[in-house]
Design a protein around this ligand. Sequence first.
Ligand code: AMP
Length: 462
Amino acid sequence: MNECLPLDRSSKMREIAEVFLKLSSRSASPFFSDKLFYWTMTPTPYEALPLAEPLQRVLRELQYTTPSPIQEQAIPLLLQGRDLLGCAQTGTGKTASFALPILHAFHERPRSTRGKCCRTLILAPTRELAIQIGKSFSTYGKYVKFNQTMVYGGVGQNPQIQAMRSGVDLLVATPGRLLDLIDQKQIDLSQVEFFVLDEVDRMLDMGFLRDVKRIVSMLPQKRQSLFFSATLAPSIVDLATSILQQPAHVSIAPQSTTAENITHKVCFISRDDKKPLLEQLLREQATVTGQSLTIVFSRTKHGANKLAKHLCIAGFPAEAIHGNKSQAQREKALERFKKGLAPVLVATDVAARGVDVKAVGLVVNFDLPNEPEAYVHRIGRTARAGAEGRAVSFCSEDELEYLREIEKTIKMPIEGWEDHSWHSKEVALAHEAAKSRRTPLSTKPKGNPRSGNSNQRHRGRR
Ligand code: AMP
């Protein structure tokens, strides 16, 4: 996958393992330690997995010596042809866990495809994630003969129709554009052998349930289906049950937990003080070797634009990405971010979904998300692939209810961080008081999306 800086993986992994050993002797949480130990020191090497030689070769080149836990569990099951329900959070290496077995099948069982058909269909909630998945297949499939294309909105459809004309091995798509092209009889799903639904929780959050069901109804009965979600709410399990046949279940992290190697804190602060605190954090982060990039989350597109502009003027080159930007603009912004030309990316939830950049050392929630599940995904933009990361959330008085929802979802309180010049005792006390009262908060979110009732979640395009 794309990274900003070159990194010697094996030495990094060793380094992490050593840190773990030190921590565990100082009685670190065994949960934390086990997971880290598993990924860094597990004795099962990649060579032991029955993957075709062209894949083994690329894994050696990438210096992926050991599979991550999800890869170790999922790959053998998928090679046996099982359906899979995977509960894995972001950054766990789940893309390779499905890409490698699919590429293995392309290599072992090459087959010509009919016009407008695809052998594999991967559905992703956003175009960024679709592009990221496509890139991963190109990386892992460097020595495998296969062709792929992508279908997503926000760009002209003619090149996509053209690319599908003689059929492809792999089609990565977002649901809306896929259905558009199916309705225009430009794509035919009757030949799908592998069907992957990635980030299903997000897909449902974005209102794609009906689209997904329609797409599934067009697939052949005989197929292998893979279903990945970071959380397994009952509605997601229901959908999985209707799609999968006797699936194997692989779970890497408990429901709605945050990645283990992320230190995350909350700052109670008045809204007007958020910008100076952000600037201080950015100044500090700029000095962190190899992890100097920061993603700042804004709840609205307008807010993201305004904040990026403010940061540029204040001397922090920043790019904004959100749903109103064209695909070309988003790609350009991401490239500048990855190269460190604009070390700050101000993003809304949807736009940042597939961002996988190892040099992101800090995530700032400038606004708290009004969908609590988004918190897990946001902070998962740091600490990619075993690296360490930091997440700081700004919580002003009008966001206290959002914070409570997040803490309920991740099933733990987020540690307060008071050691900065803009700490607001009033907001911190209001949070404590509300927690101890366990009654509805007197301070409700205001405006839209802070529109009085956080239960009325804002589902507009971001
Ligand atoms: P994912 O969860 O699929 O988005 O992957 C997160 C990151 O982990 C990506 O940057 C991958 O390149 C990296 N990665 C995946 N599998 C491995 C592995 N076995 N060893 C080292 N890095 C990996």
